[in-house]
Write a protein that binds this ligand. Structure first.
Ligand code: ARG
Length: 279
């Protein structure tokens, strides 16, 4: 059983990262990433997280699995259980056996969803307090979210995603604390917008331009919020609410439709604000 003394995050170095297929509107094989640049940006994020007191654990990169860097999609962690992803697109399905081995050799119980239920892990399933918020239709199935929540024994709020650019929940919604989150409302249908407004009392809205800079795809470590550069309005809003934003350039990963949060998986539980503030 894994034991944590501090916030713990899984990352995977970008040795084999690239735009080899197109499964979301951000990806275009004609707009390749620059390997050296991607390496530097990934390292910038890694070092920033370490400076915030995070224990960063690493998974080995694998040739032919360019999106393995996006560890948020390895699965959903709840206590010692790792609910493995079942990727919608064949291009990413080869990642699951790698994720399974990593979790199994690091003290987790791996769980498989029933066949036929697509589920993309912490990309589409995020805890805000005790409640699981689930993004569905583009990558994960609503019944997969229900299945996971009933196994965990928690409440789930399924949210339909309606904009292909914001295809995972973590591209348009980010829990900050038990009753606080940031979000991009146009990514949700009317019912979803209402559900979020009803359940989360303190919300920060991200504007169009900053949403497209993946402002919502932030990593929260206590009161620190790590995000891509170019989101000055959100940075100001975060400061006003008592958070400390840390911007680090991640454009090379936006070419694949990902940013800070996608490149990380919280291993000690996504439940907000359980750790004391780092010094
Ligand atoms: N290219 C990857 C995909 O389309 C990016 C995944 C980003 N991950 C995330 N958690 N939003 O699946």
């Amino acid at each position: 059983m894994p034991r944590y003394e501090r916030p713990t995050i899984l990352m995977c170095p970008p040795d084999y990262y690239g735009i080899e297929y197109e499964i979301n509107p951000w990806m275009s094989r004609s707009r390749q990433s620059d390997p050296a640049h991607a390496r530097d940006q990934w390292k910038g994020l890694y070092e920033l997280l370490i400076s915030l007191g995070v224990d960063v654990q690493l998974m080995d990169p694998v040739q032919g699995l360019p999106d393995l860097v996006f560890t948020a999609n390895a699965g959903l962690i709840h206590a010692d259980d790792a609910y493995l992803s079942r990727f919608r697109h064949a291009a990413r399905q080869g990642e699951t056996s790698e994720d399974r081995v990593w979790f199994a050799t690091h003290g987790f119980e791996t769980l498989d969803l029933p066949e036929g239920m697509d589920f993309e892990g912490a990309g589409d399933a995020l805890f805000c307090g005790e409640t699981l918020y689930g993004g569905y239709i583009i990558r994960s199935d609503a019944r997969a979210l229900q299945w996971v929540a009933s196994r965990i024994g928690c409440r789930v709020i399924p949210l339909q995603l309606i904009d292909d650019r914001y295809y995972h929940l973590d591209t348009c919604f980010c829990p900050l604390a038990e009753e606080e989150a940031l979000w991009y409302p146009p990514a949700f249908d009317e019912y979803g917008q209402r559900a979020i407004r009803q359940h989360i009392p303190r919300l920060i809205e991200v504007n169009d331009d900053e949403a497209a800079r993946f402002a919502c795809n932030a990593v929260v470590v206590g009161r620190n919020v790590v995000l891509n550069t170019g989101c000055e309005q959100l940075e100001a809003d975060l400061r006003e609410r008592g958070y400390t934003p840390h911007a680090t350039p991640l454009d090379e990963f936006i070419k694949a439709g990902g940013s800070a949060k996608c490149l990380t998986l919280r291993l000690d539980g996504e439940e907000a604000a359980i750790w004391p503030e780092p010094p």
